[in-house]
Design a protein around this ligand. Sequence first.
Ligand SMILES: Cc1cc2nc3c(=O)[nH]c(=O)nc-3n(C[C@H](O)[C@H](O)[C@H](O)COP(=O)(O)OP(=O)(O)OC[C@H]3O[C@@H](n4cnc5c(N)ncnc54)[C@H](O)[C@@H]3O)c2cc1C
Length: 327
Amino acid sequence: MRDFSYQQADSVGAAIKAHATDKDSAYIAGGTTLLDLAKLEVMRPAKLVDVRKTGFDEIERLDDGRLRIGTNVTNTDLAYHEDVQKHYTVLSEALLSGASTSIRNKATTGGNVMQRVRCSYFRDNVSPCNKRNPGSGCSAIDGFNRSVYAVLGTSKHCIVAHPSDMCVAMAAIGATISVQGPNGQREIDFLDFHLKPGNTPWKEHALDADEMITHVTLDAPIEGAKSHYLKLRDRASYQFALASSGVIVAVDGGVVKQARIALGGVGTKPWRAHNAEQALVGQPIDQANFEQVAKLAFQDAQAYEHNAFKIPLGQQAIVRSLTTVTA
Ligand SMILES: Cc1cc2nc3c(=O)[nH]c(=O)nc-3n(C[C@H](O)[C@H](O)[C@H](O)COP(=O)(O)OP(=O)(O)OC[C@H]3O[C@@H](n4cnc5c(N)ncnc54)[C@H](O)[C@@H]3O)c2cc1C
C-alpha cells in the first residue's frame, strides 16, 4: 500500500477545498470500498479527505413528502429508519440484503452510491481493464464473465454490472442527488447519475471534479403502493446479486395503477425497466402478465459466454417480486 495523507474536514466547504488542492485526492466516508481498493493499489489516492465530520448525517421528511437523506447516514441507520421501513420497504429490504451487519454499520449513503465495481479483472490490478487503465481492453468479455457481469447496458469496452443493492431501490423509488463543488450546488436526477460504459467505461458517474455528494432525496411515496426487493445470489448472505428486482406497485380493483421496476446484478448501472412498467400499468395482476413484462425488461439483453443464465433468472426475479408485492 502506498503512502497517502489524511485530512478530516469539518464542513463541506473545507472538504471541497482540501480535495481541490491535490489532483489525486479522494473523499473517504466509511472506507469499506476505498480502503480495500487502496490496499490493492487499484485506487491510488495521494490524499484522503474524510467527510464524516461534515454533518449530513440526518434523515428528514420534507414538506412536499420527499425524504432527504444525508450522505453520511449509514446503511444500517437508513435501513432501520421508521419512515423508510414504513414507506420505502424496497429500500430497507435492499439495504439489509447487502454486505454484512458490520459493513452496513460503517458504509454510508454517499459511499454506497459511489462504490466501485466487483470485476475481478478490475480488482486484480494486472489484467487489461478499460476502467482501471483506459484503452487496455476488457478481460471479462472473453474471460470468465459469470456472476458480477451484466447483460443490459454493456459495451464492447466493459461489461461489469453495477454492484449496489441500495441504488436499485433508489432507482425504483426515484430520487435526486444533491452535490456541492467549487462552482456551488446542483442536483442530479438519480437515473442520470450512474453512466453506462459506452466508449468511456472509466467515467462511472456524473460528478464533476471535486464535487461531493451531500444528500440523496427520495421522491414522495406513491399513495397506496407496496414495494419489495428480491435478491437472488449464489449464497444467502454476504454476496452480491446475480439478479435482483426492486418493485413498487399500486393496485386498484385487481388492476395495476402504477408500477416501478428496477433491476440489479444484470445492468451496468442501477437499471430501471421503463418499458416493462408501462406494459404492466392497466393490466390485471396475474402470472401471465408478470411473465410478459419480465420478458420485455430483457428484450435488449446481450448475454456473454458464462452469464446467459441471468436472463431467465432476472425475469424470474421480476415475476416473483411482483407476485409477492401484489399478493
Ligand atoms: C465484503 C463486502 C461485501 C459487500 N457486499 C455488498 C452487497 O451485497 N451489496 C451492496 O450493495 N454493497 C456491498 N458492498 C459494498 C458496500 O455497500 C460499499 O463498500 C459501501 O456502501 C461504501 O460506502 P463507504 O461509506 O464505506 O464508502 P467509501 O469506501 O468511504 O467510499 C467509496 C467511494 O465513494 C466516494 N465517496 C464517499 N463519500 C462520498 C461523498 N460524500 N461524495 C463523493 N464521493 C464520496 C469515495 O471517494 C470512494 O470512491 C460490500 C462491500 C464489502 C467490502
